[in-house]
Design a protein around this ligand. Structure first.
Ligand code: MGD
Ligand code: MGD
Ligand code: SF4
Ligand code: MO
Length: 781
């Protein structure tokens, strides 16, 4: 039974009022909802018109933007040319922020699912009353472990929410805190644990002579292994002006690889073999930094012995790349005074992601490519707590253990967090202690989790699913409650996330003592009932009488003395989000008030930090021969190469890619972003398409051993033969009719989460997946 307006009525209706939005191509001013009647009737001269500097927080680049506001609504976004380091850069997603804020898909009210599956509006406070009652009941009947939380990528929009979500789980006593990290690049943190890290960090990108990118495409993803501020410009400058030798390992000649000095256009999934080969060449030709290794590393012998089996000739056959290029890549890296780089989701998804990351870390250490005593620190951390970098290792630590164990599989808390790929199984687990309630914070499991059918079954079976969202997603549709969220231009923030991410191996960070604060610049629509994501947890904690703290983590290593900051919240008077922002950086090197004095951001050059010598008694060593990693490398040597694992039944390999106009599943409801191409094509090399009897625009069936999807194929001559490259986050839930041209296809349906998964992080094979493509749907609709 309905107890309020239907979903469609709760969504924003956009009426373009040209008299208000004159001069703006985006329009979107909505007098009925965005402003009060009084202001709607006011003469045009009285309309609020301003241009405000802000930050785009859709992805972790946090590009500085200028927002044109008319009548209280954002109508246009451009890059901010006054902001340092980004040169006014934006991408299409950032420029479509007005449509995200004012468009018809935005949720303006919280929703409750009715017994017939429809959603109707519910006041946010009432929703919290009902959710709190249900959570209280579940905890008292089944214990706190029955309540889990999953935090997706949308949380990067207001980073303090991560600390509140962690605090909420602690407040109710549940260890079941999951994030998208363990279905992303969990190997980056496992590698840090296995190898250790270097307390002085890396030398600056500007000083690098060579750069290695393994399955990462920063020109599109703005992520991983590369400065995230205007990556295209950074790369162009580096190659054209400094002669940087870029080495790219990728089955696709990506936007990034087009600038490569060496592009190893390998078979997917052969990354550990390739990096082992580079190490083999460097060590056997004695090109390594003997002195650095002698002083700061251990177990070189174990590494040398294990990589010896990966000769250029062997790896050339295995990965299908020229042996001479492997040798040249190795020499280029070793002979560079400094070379850096990083790995992306490509190798992470192809299994052995931890090993690949580990071997890349070994490469840095073997070549001595770390900052040394006396070097200037270009990334001192401005909003992070002050620390003194030293020329010494942070020693390796345990890869897993010390936390919660999964019931359904032999997986547990590990250096990358809780294994999200096993969460569906924890929900479907028959035991009494299964997960019965899930808080989905700014994530979209139905679109993003591997094994979509299982995720759908799991989420459908929950006693309570509460999703915090900005629009109606396939996950929200399954939710008992959907909490409508404020958007980024309606909330303040700082750039601290950009600084923090590099400690987790997700980014190299911005080169320079940069920091930025951005205030809220517009109010939510007047007749909406939207909350900030953290307010849900605050509201629930208060109702359940549980004190809530913000738990901020500052990465690893450098903040050893106080890596975690726990700030109890006032449970009588709700804090403002400005107060939360201030709390999240309360131990910053430069006070927030000082950062706020620079509305376009600033380089705090006065915060000059120099690498200190190692502690006199430091005996810590980076580990070049971690036993778990060496055993995995030995296994890689004897397991059949990827080429031998594909068969006549499944002769092609499915690989991931990112699309510039979308942030995973987000953007699909934004008219400006989908314009012209609402689906995710299945890209193949034109020669492969031809031999399959297919042409661009045809519909095809793509099958793995696990599932089948229908997709629109498209030719992409940047791909090597034998691969199919598709972005995730598209398609429909696995029920009802589907139209691949309108919705695309869901790659997750081809994946299995309980076979071939990493024994520590639980990430399953999500790339280099054997598939076949057939034209059974070969008709133009
Ligand atoms: N097959 C395959 N699977 C993959 C991947 C792949 O490449 N291939 N990639 C993996 C990776 S790397 C990741 S990180 C995961 C992503 O997994 P998820 O994070 O679960 O998926 P997203 O699609 O990023 O979902 C983010 C959601 O947050 C919402 N959102 C955006 N901003 C806000 C906000 O301010 N508040 C709230 N409440 N919501 C907001 C968006 O509308 C969107 O629905 O997917 C993984 N799955
Ligand atoms: N525009 C945009 N930006 C995004 C996102 C988005 O959806 N859109 N998502 C964000 C998220 S959540 C993440 S995690 C990052 C991801 O950022 P990246 O890791 O840079 O992701 P991709 O751009 O897909 O790059 C992965 C590359 O790996 C290659 N590849 C595939 N398989 C293999 C393999 O087996 N070996 C090797 N060596 N390469 C392989 C692919 O061809 C592709 O070029 O991007 C973030 N930024
Ligand atoms: S790269 Fe695009 S989405 Fe990411 S912060 Fe910049 S403008 Fe926003
Ligand atoms: Mo990701």
């Amino acid at each position: 039974m309905s107890n309020g307006p239907s979903l469609d009525q709760t969504r924003r209706k956009t009426t373009v009022k040209t008299s208000v939005a004159s001069g703006s191509s985006t329009g979107g001013a909505d007098t009925a909802r965005g402003r009060t009647e009084a202001s709607a009737a006011a003469p045009e001269a009285a309309v609020d018109r301003r241009t405000e500097p802000a930050l785009c927080r859709i992805c972790t680049s946090y590009c500085p933007i200028l927002v044109e506001v008319v009548g209280g609504q954002a109508v246009k976004v451009t890059g901010d040319p006054e902001a340092p380091l980004y040169e006014g850069y934006t991408c299409p997603k950032g420029r479509a922020l007005p449509e995200q804020h004012n468009g018809p898909s935005r949720l303006l009210r919280c929703l409750k699912r009715q017994p017939d599956g429809r959603h109707t509006a519910i006041a946010s406070q009432r929703a919290m009353d009902e959710i709190a009652a249900k959570v209280g009941e579940l905890i008292s009947r089944h214990g706190p472990r029955s309540v889990a939380l999953y935090m997706g990528t949308g949380a990067v929009s207001f980073w303090p929410v991560a600390g509140i979500a962690a605090g909420w789980m602690q407040a109710i006593g549940s260890p079941m805190f999951f994030t998208a990290n363990t279905i992303d690049k969990p190997g980056a943190q496992i590698a840090q644990a296995a190898h250790g890290t270097w307390l002085a960090g890396h030398p600056p990108f500007e000083t690098a002579e060579a750069w290695l990118l393994v399955g990462v495409n920063p020109l599109i993803s703005k992520s991983g292994g590369f400065p995230p501020n205007n990556p295209g410009r950074r790369l162009k400058e580096a190659v054209n002006e400094r002669g940087l030798k870029l080495i790219v390992v990728d089955p696709r000649k990506t936007e990034t690889a087009r600038r490569a000095y060496i592009h190893l256009q390998c078979r997917p999934g052969e990354d550990p073999a390739i990096i082992a080969c580079l190490l083999n060449v460097i060590l056997s030709e004695k090109l390594h930094d003997d002195d650095f290794v002698f002083r700061h590393a251990a177990n070189l012998d174990a590494l040398s012995a294990h990589v010896a089996a990966f000769s250029p000739e062997y790896v050339s056959r295995r990965a299908d790349v020229p042996a001479e290029l492997l040798v040249e890549a190795a020499r280029t890296l070793a002979c560079a005074r400094y070379a850096g780089g990083g790995c992306g989701t490509g190798p992470s998804f192809a299994t052995h992601g931890s090993l690949t990351e580990y071997l890349v870390s070994c490469l840095s250490t073997v070549c001595g490519h770390w900052s040394r005593e006396g070097d200037r620190v270009t990334k001192p951390g401005i909003l992070l707590p002050a620390y003194q970098p030293k020329a010494q290792p942070l020693p390796p630590f345990a890869l897993s253990g010390g936390g919660e164990r999964m019931r359904s599989r032999d997986l547990e808390y590990n250096a990358s967090g809780m294994p999200t790929a096993a969460l569906s199984d924890e929900i479907l687990w028959k035991g009494e202690d299964r997960v019965r309630a899930l808080f989905c914070l700014a994530g979209n499991p139905i679109m993003a989790w591997p094994d979509q059918v299982r995720a759908f079954e799991a989420l459908s079976s929950l006693e309570l699913l509460v999703t915090s969202e900005i629009e109606m997603t396939d996950t929200a549709r399954l939710s008992h409650y959907v909490m409508a969220s404020k958007l980024t231009l309606e909330t303040p923030s700082t750039s601290v996330l950009v600084e923090a991410l590099r400690y987790y191996g997700h980014s190299r960070g911005i080169e320079g003592p940069y920091a930025r604060y951005a205030p809220r610049i517009v109010e939510p629509p007047a007749d909406s009932d939207v909350i900030e994501d953290w307010q849900l947890y605050y509201g629930l904690a208060r109702r359940l009488g549980r004190p809530l703290s913000m738990i901020s983590a500052f990465g690893m290593g450098e903040h050893l003395e106080a890596p975690v900051d726990i700030v109890p919240l006032d449970m009588e008077t709700e804090p403002s989000s400005e107060a939360l922002v201030a709390m999240s950086v309360r131990r910053s090197r430069v006070p927030l008030d000082e950062v706020k004095r620079h509305p376009h951001g600033h380089l705090f050059d006065e915060a000059e930090v120099i690498v200190a010598p190692a502690d006199a008694d430091c005996a810590d060593r980076l580990d070049l021969g971690n036993a778990t990693m060496m055993a995995e490398l030995a296994m890689v040597r004897v397991e059949p190469a990827i080429q031998e694992r594909i068969s006549d039944s499944f002769p092609l390999l499915l690989i991931p890619r990112r699309a510039n106009r979308f942030m995973n599943s987000h953007g699909r409801q934004n008219a400006k972003l989908v314009a012209g191409l609402p689906h995710n094509p299945a890209y193949l090399n034109p020669a492969d398409l031809q031999s399959l009897g297919l042409a661009s625009g045809d519909l095809a069936t793509i099958e793995s051993a696990h599932g089948a999807i229908h997709a629109v194929v498209d030719a992409d001559d940047s791909l090597r033969l034998g691969v199919v490259s598709i972005t995730h986050g598209f398609g429909t839930a696995p029920v009802g009719a589907e139209d691949p041209r309108a919705q695309g296809c869901n790659v997750g349906r081809l994946l299995r989460s309980d076979l071939e998964f990493d024994p520590i992080t639980g990430i399953p094979r999500m790339g280099a997946v054997p598939v076949r493509v057939t034209g059974t749907w070969n008709r133009r609709l």
